[in-house]
Ligand binder design. Structure first.
Ligand SMILES: *[C@@H]1O[C@H](CO)[C@@H](O)[C@H](O)[C@H]1NC(C)=O
Ligand SMILES: *[C@@H]1O[C@H](CO)[C@@H](O)[C@H](O)[C@H]1NC(C)=O
Ligand SMILES: *[C@@H]1O[C@H](CO)[C@@H](O)[C@H](O)[C@H]1NC(C)=O
Ligand SMILES: *[C@@H]1O[C@H](CO)[C@@H](O)[C@H](O)[C@H]1NC(C)=O
Ligand SMILES: *[C@@H]1O[C@H](CO)[C@@H](O)[C@H](O)[C@H]1NC(C)=O
Length: 390
């Protein structure tokens, strides 16, 4: 957290104090601070003085060219400004810092050339949002090779490929490019049709980004051969009806041209093609036939067919009504059967009851005779039962 705050609040100005002193014979001292700054930012280079007695203070760049000679600009570079000159502190700023400004800046008292202090300026280059290069294009059943590239960072950025919040391990390579580094991370993953559109991302992290990430989103573009399916109309078609056949097509890339045709025949004269719909109005039996829908892309072709039979209206009525009659007949037969079953069960139950009472009465009558009687005089039998119970 402390480190984060440091980057957040103190960058581009910063770093550590040099703790040693350059002592002159008269007890004067100068002290320089190391500085780390983001590229393009502003660096403050400070020289702290102790027991300053009015000597000339010289500040030099890493090539030992004098920038300021006791407060007077010596090198013509407007990016350097002297912002402070007190007996305790001499401070210059450098705007729009680039990596070529890196190095040791010298603070020294002119009277004592041998003792100088060096403020080391370090420049940090955070990565931009990385880019994704497709090395081999994704075809169903194959493998896709993707390279995530962060062309410039210092120190090197860390690149991760992520899918569904899980990291995909890749091959990382770094290439030094002057003071900055180009980093890449290459993955190879098998792809299927269902992976088309799957979301991947490449995340670049870097100390200067304070835990945040520069993220490039990438969705897989998996190529596959088309599929086609004709959606058939519902019900029976009669002369005079109209018909729209829809050909449902998939594929990546999606086939642009859909061909309609009739097997062994030409399409009917009045058939209209709009997009993937074939429309025919006022059907007649001359429209009978097998219709084909075909589509292709670079990865293959596909076709589906539909056989159209146009019935004359008279024939359709019979065919149409045959179904309900059969159903109604079936239901009626089932009803009759159920009624018969219920009857048989009812009779059987009452016979059993009557039989058991009779054995108690011990009348000696033939059981079958009683059954007959019970069946013929159901009411009497039940009354007899009541009497017996009382
Ligand atoms: C300043 O930076 C230089 C060079 O990187 C290093 O040698 C020195 O130790 C640093 N000084 C402090 C006080 O960190
Ligand atoms: C150097 O500059 C300081 C601050 O302006 C001043 O006090 C000092 O007299 C100067 N020294 C010389 C030798 O000019
Ligand atoms: C900062 O420096 C770079 C080159 O180092 C230059 O291209 C750019 O224009 C400069 N920007 C400003 C605002 O001066
Ligand atoms: C098309 O014609 C060929 C050859 O005459 C025949 O074998 C085939 O069954 C026909 N197909 C249809 C759908 O009529
Ligand atoms: C068209 O199909 C219907 C239904 O099978 C058939 O009754 C009729 O004879 C056919 N007509 C022609 C011209 O093939």
């Amino acid at each position: 957290m402390a480190f984060s705050s440091f980057w957040k609040y103190c960058a581009p100005l910063s770093l550590l104090l040099l703790l040693s002193y350059s002592q002159t014979a008269r007890g004067q001292a100068v002290q320089a601070e190391n500085v780390t700054v983001l590229e393009g930012g502003t660096a403050q280079i400070s020289c702290r003085l102790q027991n300053y007695d009015g000597s000339i203070v010289v500040i030099q760049n890493p090539r030992r060219q004098t920038l300021f000679f006791n407060g007077t600009r010596a090198l013509k570079d407007d990016r350097f400004q002297m912002v402070l000159f007190t007996p305790r502190l001499v401070r210059i700023t450098l705007t729009n810092v680039s990596v070529s400004d890196e190095g040791g800046y010298f603070c020294q008292l002119y009277t004592d050339d041998t003792h100088h202090q060096v403020a080391t300026l370090s420049v940090v280059v955070p990565p931009e949002v990385p880019s994704v290069e497709v090395k081999t294009e994704a075809v169903e059943g194959g493998e896709v090779e993707l390279t995530c590239v962060s062309p410039r960072s210092k120190p090197p950025a860390t690149l991760r490929w992520v899918r569904d919040r899980r990291e995909i391990a890749g091959v990382i390579s770094q290439q030094e490019n002057g003071k900055t580094v180009s980093v890449s991370n290459t993955i190879r993953i098998p792809v299927e049709r269902k992976d088309n559109g799957a979301a991947l991302s490449c995340e670049a992290s870097h100390p200067a980004l304070v835990g945040q990430k520069r993220v490039r989103h990438y969705s897989l573009d998996v190529h596959f051969a088309p599929t086609v399916k004709i959606i058939p109309p519902q019900g029976i078609l009669r002369e005079g009806d109209s018909l729209s056949l829809t050909c449902s097509v998939t594929g990546n890339p999606l086939p642009r041209d859909i061909q309609w045709s009739r097997v062994n025949d030409t399409l009917p004269e009045r058939a209209e093609k709009t997009g993937n719909i074939l429309h025919m109005s006022r059907l007649s039996q001359s429209h009978n036939g097998t219709y084909l829908c075909q589509a292709h892309n670079n990865y293959g072709r596909a076709a589906d067919h539909y056989t159209l039979l146009v019935y004359d209206p008279g024939a359709v009525v019979e065919t149409h009504s045959a179904v309900p009659y059969a159903v109604i007949g079936g239901i009626l037969a089932l009803l009759v059967f159920t009624v018969i079953c219920v009857l048989i069960v009812t009779i059987w139950c009452s016979v059993r009851q009557k039989g058991s009472y009779l054995t108690h009465e011990a009348s000696g009558l033939d059981e079958h005779g009683e059954v007959q009687e019970a069946f013929l005089n159901g009411n009497d039998a039940s009354q007899g039962k009541k009497e017996y119970l009382l």
